[in-house]
Design a protein around this ligand. Structure first.
Ligand code: ITT
Length: 219
């Protein structure tokens, strides 16, 4: 395979390997994540393990809410990452997550945080989903996470994770956060809110996206 590459492609490939090694060295100890969501941070921390120091916006003294004005998960993840990169000039990442319900044409999707209004209350968001899904038999849905990573030269890299499942008729469980009490992952009889963090991370959208990101860093 190597010999099938042109000299130019070989140089590009070698550069890419060195870049990844550099990124890995820079980021081994600290990963800055442009999120104000403590639940996301805690899941990312347990996914990455103790050798990473995962630092969120409030750890960096940034309390303002980054306006999410794009209409895709990719766009908003990049927007949040760029916001932090402009302040620190270091490698950073951000993620945007949406619950995509087939019978609702992919809603709440990119509007997941504010589905029931700017107060961003999970209870109200779940109530709205449950009421819109009343009487609908196709309950299939998926969570999708997009991670945007900006390396120290500001180049962007995107990683996606998807978890298929369905919307329950009622809430169940007290763990997790957001829409977890109404989402049942495929192959399980419990909702995300009834699973432990490790069980959720093993199959979740965020777990998959973070693992794709780690693969990129270490390949
Ligand atoms: P950021 O600071 O990272 O933007 P956020 O809470 O605003 O945090 P999003 O913009 O990605 O996060 O909005 C997604 C919403 O979807 C979020 O408010 C949660 O209510 C919900 N959500 C995200 N991840 C989830 C998960 O793993 N399980 C259940 N609900 C989730």
């Amino acid at each position: 395979y190597e010999s099938a590459l042109s000299p130019r492609e070989r140089i590009k490939k070698t550069e890419s390997i060195f870049r990844r090694i550099l990124i890995l060295q820079c980021c081994m100890r600290q990963l800055q994540v442009a999120t104000g969501n403590a639940h996301k941070l805690s899941e990312i921390r347990s996914l990455l393990g103790p050798e990473w120091e995962v630092v969120g916006l409030s750890d960096l003294g940034i309390e303002e809410d980054i306006p999410e004005t794009e209409n895709t998960l990719e766009g908003n993840a990049l927007l949040k990452a760029r916001y932090l990169y402009e302040r620190t000039g270091q490698a950073v990442c951000a993620e945007d997550t949406g619950l995509e319900i087939r019978a609702l044409g992919g809603e709440p999707g990119v509007r997941s945080a504010r589905y029931a209004g700017d107060a961003r209350r999970s209870d109200a968001n779940m109530d709205l989903v449950l009421s819109r899904m009343r009487g609908i038999s196709d309950r299939s849905a998926r969570f999708r996470t997009v991670i945007a990573f900006l390396d120290d030269s500001g180049r962007s890299h995107l990683f996606e994770g998807v978890c298929e499942g369905s919307i329950r008729e009622q809430r169940a469980g007290t763990g997790g956060f957001g829409y977890d009490p109404i989402f049942q992952p495929e192959g399980y009889t419990q909702t995300f809110a009834e699973l432990s963090t490790d069980q959720k991370n093993a199959i979740s959208h965020r777990g998959r996206a973070v693992r794709a990101f780690i693969d990129f860093l270490i390949v």
